[in-house]
Ligand binder design. Structure first.
Ligand code: FES
Ligand SMILES: [Fe+2]
Length: 348
């Protein structure tokens, strides 16, 4: 996606804002063998200790830059495959077998990242600089409360993650793009929308229609950017009320996005078991079909499609979100500039 060529704000957004948590992959992507992942404009290596503890470093050996992911995991460290340099999970070089005692030993030479796991996904804190402790990961109640049950659905789309944000911040596409789907055939196909502020973001919602179709989207910032929406379920969907979707989206590289959707319902006991059974046997395939409709449009959007738009009232949510993201990017740039200036002042 392009907003304005050579726009520094756009460059910040293209690789994801700093100092936020991001989901980067499903938990099962990473076992004890090192795995290399491109995300957020960087390349990470992830691995686990035998007890499951997860670690993430920049996938770059401090010696000559070979990917650490080509090396061998040894518990809390990786031995680079090229010359055997051992780097611990905190980025400190523990051993240089070819030149013992050299000054690389004991140096913190590699960027390390904080990672944690929740709801089937690995989350990484995209810190702007090395920090001892990241802020806590705060997820919405659909993912943390025992009153809800969820399934993670992960996919990768060949489109900019910001088109994915636009798509979710656009409830009206449900009525048209998804009109054939089992859950989005109801309600008016004209609507007016309003924006309601919340403590953590805002809700973009249809005026006068609720719980009929895809009628609202919430955007929130709890140190992780996430979105939430609800779609009423037909009777064939089993017990329980609306179907909630919590989404969070992470840039992989330009024009490839990691798409995380947690499909949730507020159910416990036998109702939960019934839904989980029905979901696996029948509903999941239908939901993937709906998501395919989104993917099919998103992947053929030209990277500069957003340069020639004629937005109308339904797009207020998108406008609001884009503006907010640009403001966050400007704040980040201002902080980076201030840090740079104070560094130069100290050096002078
Ligand atoms: S490049 Fe990694 S040990 Fe030399
Ligand atoms: Fe959709």
């Amino acid at each position: 996606m392009r907003t304005t060529a050579n726009d520094p704000v756009d460059a910040v957004l293209a690789v994801g804002l700093k100092d936020l948590w991001y989901p980067i992959c499903p938990s099962e992507f990473v076992a004890e063998r090192p795995v290399s992942l491109r995300r957020l404009g960087k390349k990470f290596v992830l691995w686990r200790e035998a007890n499951g503890t997860l670690h993430a470093l920049e996938d770059h050996c401090p010696h000559r830059g070979a990917p650490l992911s080509m090396g061998i995991a040894m518990g809390d460290r990786i031995a680079c495959g090229y010359h055997g340099v051992q780097v611990r999970f905190d980025g400190v070089v523990m051993s240089v077998p070819g030149s013992p005692g050299c000054k690389l030993e004991g140096a913190k030479a590699t960027r390390s990242y904080h990672v944690t796991e929740a709801c089937g996904a690995i989350f990484l804190f995209n810190a702007s600089s090395d920090i001892a402790e990241p802020p806590p990961l705060q997820l919405p109640e659909e993912l943390t409360s025992p009153e809800y049950s969820n399934f993670l659905c992960y996919t990768e789309w060949k489109g900019d993650y910001r088109y994915v944000l636009d798509n979710v911040m656009d409830p009206m596409h449900g009525t048209f793009l998804h009109k054939q789907s089992h859950s989005m055939a109801e309600g008016d196909n004209t609507a007016s929308f309003g924006i309601r502020e919340t403590d953590i973001g805002f809700i973009f919602e249809k005026e006068g229609q609720r719980d009929v179709n895809f009628d609202w989207t919430e955007w929130a910032d709890t140190g992780l950017h996430w979105m939430r929406l609800a779609i009423p379920y037909p009777k064939t969907g089993g017990p329980g009320g609306s179907f909630y979707i919590v989404g969070s989206y992470t840039p992989i590289v330009d024009n490839i996005a990691a798409v995380f959707h947690w499909r949730c319902r507020k159910l416990t006991g036998w109702q939960k078991d019934t839904w989980r059974f029905l979901y696996r046997n029948r509903l999941e395939a239908r939901h993937w079909n709906v998501l395919e409709q989104d993917r099919a449009v998103l992947e053929v959007m030209e990277p500069d499609a957003n340069q020639r738009e004629m937005l109308y009232q339904h797009d207020m949510g998108i406008v609001r979100l884009r503006r907010h993201m640009r403001n966050l990017a400007k704040e980040q740039l201002a902080k980076e500039e201030a840090a740079q200036e104070s560094k130069s002042a100290k050096a002078a």
